[in-house]
Design a protein around this ligand. Sequence first.
Ligand SMILES: Cc1cc2nc3c(=O)[nH]c(=O)nc-3n(C[C@H](O)[C@H](O)[C@H](O)COP(=O)(O)OP(=O)(O)OC[C@H]3O[C@@H](n4cnc5c(N)ncnc54)[C@H](O)[C@@H]3O)c2cc1C
Length: 293
Amino acid sequence: MIQVSKESASGQRPTLSFEFFPPKKPEAEPLFWGTLERLSGYRPDFVSITCGAGGSRQTGGGELVRKVHEQTGLHTVAHLTCVGASRPVLTEMLNFYRDCGITTLLALRGDPPRHEPAGTLEQGAFRYAEPFVAFIREYFPAFRIGVAAYPEGHPETPDLEQDQLHFRRKVEAGADFAVTQFFFDNDVYFRFTEECHRKGVHVPIYPGIMPVTDFKQLKRLSELCGSALPQWLVDRFAATRDDPEAMLRTGVSIAVEQCRDLLARGAPGLHFFTLNQSVAVPSILEELAGEYY
Ligand SMILES: Cc1cc2nc3c(=O)[nH]c(=O)nc-3n(C[C@H](O)[C@H](O)[C@H](O)COP(=O)(O)OP(=O)(O)OC[C@H]3O[C@@H](n4cnc5c(N)ncnc54)[C@H](O)[C@@H]3O)c2cc1C
């Protein structure tokens, strides 16, 4: 299991982690740091920082990852994408992270930027995450490596079984843990993890939780990520459309129900997509306080 806080290392509590993205504008930086500080009070086992395509210092989380690691002392996980990137560029980034004391990566293929001409996928050293994981494992064996999982299938895939096979191969290439795309039907997650176990994959697969604070944004994100929006969820948000407070309350209560059910049924932890927002995740964790965290 990934290096964790004292409590989760001794099995006293499920793993807890938070995902952030690098602020796009300087005005957004105070929110990023404020949210990070607020959430660090929950003693996460790790925080992770997303990156753009191409795996370079420019597009990656690079300096921000270093700053978070140095300034907060939190176990900081760097996302690193390989799409379109050469081996020397990726090697430079891996050296950089190793030298600044980052011990854990989320190794991803990533998506070609929308404005890039077709063919970016073929231009990089690695066409998929699996050979990228194998590369890191071979040349940077000290890193712990996480990978992405898609219980509902990756949006590109025409065939769920093939997609799951690719996932298992990616883990066998050297991953230590996985984090899933967000989903709302827990049965889908458990079917996926049980199938992984049956096929010999035993690394922890942390469910990714998306707290809903903006239903319109959620619809866009779910189309992009291939996460289904069940009718019951659409119905519960229907009455909240013009009322942000009610939307937040509904989003929090849906997430609390989802998290309770996941943990009660044996999920190894929770990974929150914070979207750098400071309100929803603490509200969810307050509800779970005393039970799990
Ligand atoms: C928790 C999480 C965090 C993420 N963080 C980021 C981030 O920071 N930055 C970012 O840009 N994106 C991020 N993503 C999105 C991710 O980069 C995209 O979903 C991307 O399209 C796939 O990346 P992957 O590593 O899952 O790819 P892969 O595991 O390579 O899979 C991509 C597709 O290729 C298929 N495939 C794999 N191997 C083969 C093969 N041998 N032959 C044929 N097909 C194959 C798979 O079935 C799948 O459809 C994240 C996703 C998740 C779930």
